[in-house]
Structures are given as structure tokens and as C-alpha cells.
Design a protein around this ligand. Structure first.
Ligand SMILES: [Zn+2]
Length: 171
């Protein structure tokens, strides 16, 4: 027994015990570490209470039915909904656009018309200069950087439209 305790290090403090309690309960600790918890919990009623509380919580969570939403869940729900109600749900469906496709996902300055126009302007002037051959190495960078806001906004629009047409195809 003493030999084992040597491997498992100094006795656990209450703080250490509370910190690792979840892992202890998950069974992810190695044997000596787990033994330290076991020994501490046997001696310390405060930590044992916490242990029992967590254990109860875990068991409750485990007992919840954990079925995945079936792939055809949406279709099944929609099939059971009258068409009028389905139409009334339109605003809800709109809200299901992925967040990166929402206009607000892009910073306001990227969406600003002036920024986009200036960006395109900078890009075209830089491109023109670069093509005339009297540009510096910065010009290609300016072309790309200038186009970024416009491209981002347009890609977003494309994504949204693609999603909407997919939604129509489903319905
Ligand atoms: Zn304790």
C-alpha cells in the first residue's frame, strides 16, 4: 500500500480534488491519480458531497434520451404542417441563414458603399498602373486589397441566393 502511495504523489488537497473531480468521474485519470481522488474522497465529506452532487448530475444527463435529430426531421415537420402555416414560417426560415452569410457578419466598414467603391477604384487604378509597367511591387497588393470588400460582399450575396434557391427546391 505504501509503495502505491509513493507513486500517487502527495495527498490531494480539497482544491485539487474539486478541480479534477469531473475528470475523476469521467474516468479519464490514470490509476495512481484516480487513487488519490478515491483516498481523498473517502476522508473528506465536503468533497464527497460535491462528488455525489456531480455524480447525480452526470447520471441525470446520461439518462436523458440522446437521439440525434433525424436527417429528414425538417421534411417530416414540414409535411405535417398545413401550407398556410408553412408560409407563415417564412420569416423563421430566413433566420436560419448561416451567420457568415448574414450581412451583419461583415464589419460595417466593409459593407459601406464608399469603402467598396473606393476599394474597387484603388484596385483598378493600381491595376492600370501595374499594366503600364510603371508601378512598384505594392501595386498588385493594392489590387487585391482594394477588391477584398467588394468580393466579400458579393460572395455573401451569392451564398445567400444559393441558400434561398436550395430552400425553394426543398419546398
Ligand atoms: Zn476535500
Amino acid at each position: 500500500m505504501n509503495g502505491k502511495n509513493k507513486n500517487s504523489g502527495p495527498p490531494l488537497t480539497c482544491d485539487g480534488c474539486r478541480e479534477g473531480l469531473q475528470e475523476y468521474l469521467d474516468g479519464t485519470l490514470d490509476k495512481p491519480e484516480s487513487l488519490r481522488f478515491f483516498l481523498h474522497l473517502r476522508e473528506c465529506s465536503g468533497c464527497r458531497e460535491e462528488h455525489d452532487r456531480l455524480l447525480g448530475l452526470f447520471q441525470m444527463l446520461d439518462s436523458l434520451p440522446d437521439h440525434e435529430v433525424p436527417a429528414d426531421f425538417d421534411a417530416a415537420v414540414l409535411a405535417s404542417v398545413p401550407y398556410a402555416a408553412y408560409q407563415a414560417m417564412e420569416p423563421l426560415r430566413r433566420e436560419r441563414v448561416p451567420v457568415f452569410l448574414e450581412e451583419a457578419f461583415l464589419p460595417r466598414f466593409v459593407r459601406a458603399r464608399t469603402v467598396r467603391l473606393v476599394g474597387v477604384g484603388v484596385a483598378s487604378i493600381s491595376a492600370a498602373l501595374a499594366l503600364r509597367g510603371d508601378g512598384s511591387a505594392v501595386l498588385p497588393v493594392l489590387v487585391v486589397a482594394g477588391l477584398v470588400p467588394e468580393i466579400l460582399v458579393r460572395l455573401q450575396g451569392l451564398g445567400r441566393r444559393a441558400l434561398e434557391s436550395m430552400g425553394r427546391a426543398e419546398s
